[in-house]
Design a protein around this ligand. Structure first.
Ligand code: ZN
Length: 240
């Protein structure tokens, strides 16, 4: 299963990426993890990326793409993967197609889009309160501390991060919609896009995702069986 996961900030993408990858038995590959790994290991790409990040600049496309290309060439990713955070743009999606075609003569199986309406995202994110001393995140509706504004763990003061303020969230959603719409349209055109209702409890969303992916897993199993049967020296199997 070769899968790309897209979704707005606040859709629970990181959590779902983890669960779905575990269910499918494929590595979860996120650009954040790749950046950190390259920086920690001090690879030439990591050194380049760190220079940009230290200046507060975005890591340029060609550096990101090379990191993704290297990661996809690792043995655990050859039979499948879940990509989170890449591609973000149509040109990146085209590069991904080229990488898959040139290195493994294959293509993506499915692009799963987590769909949450903006009001729900704003409610989820703007209700978050972070502890100043231990950084634990509480939620005024979903996970409130016993005493309003005070951390249960260490009695630290709770505050709302700038990122979680509703104006900031609304702005991030707008940026996401503008930048992702062409990517989603690109994949819809190729018949790869599956939209998934990502509201409600985390476990329900995971179950919905697994159900939505089942036909693609089946398709892949059929393709693999066909490839084995077509391989030289394969014995024809009788039906039933
Ligand atoms: Zn605390």
């Amino acid at each position: 299963m070769r899968l790309v996961l897209v979704g707005p900030p606040g859709a629970g993408k990181g959590t779902q990426a983890q669960f779905i990858a575990e269910h499918c038995g494929i590595p979860k590959i996120s650009t954040g993890d790749i950046f950190r790994a390259n920086v920690t290991e001090g690879t030439p790409l990591g050194v380049q990326a760190k220079a940009f990040m230290d200046r507060g600049d975005l890591v340029p496309d060609d550096v990101t793409i090379e990191m993704v290309r290297n990661r996809l060439a690792e043995p655990d990713a050859l039979e499948g993967f879940l990509l989170d955070g890449f591609p973000r743009t149509v040109p990146q999606a085209q590069v991904l197609d080229d990488i898959l075609l040139s290195t493994a003569q294959t293509r993506l199986d499915v692009v799963l889009e987590l769909v949450v309406d903006d009001d729900e995202v704003i409610r989820r994110l703007s209700g978050r309160r972070t502890c100043r001393s231990c950084n634990h995140i509480w939620h005024v509706d979903f996970d409130p501390p016993k005493v309003e504004g005070v951390c249960d763990i260490d009695a630290g003061e709770l505050y709302q991060r700038e990122d979680d303020k509703s104006e900031t969230v609304a702005n991030r959603l707008e940026v996401y919609a503008l930048s992702t719409a062409p990517l989603v349209a690109f994949y819809a055109e190729q018949g790869l896009l599956v939209g998934l209702d990502a509201t409600g409890p985390v476990d329900d969303v995971t179950q919905r995702a697994i159900d939505a992916l089942r036909p693609f897993e089946h398709e892949q199993a059929v393709r693999q069986a066909a490839a084995v049967a077509a391989a030289p020296g394969a014995q024809p199997t009788s039906p039933g």
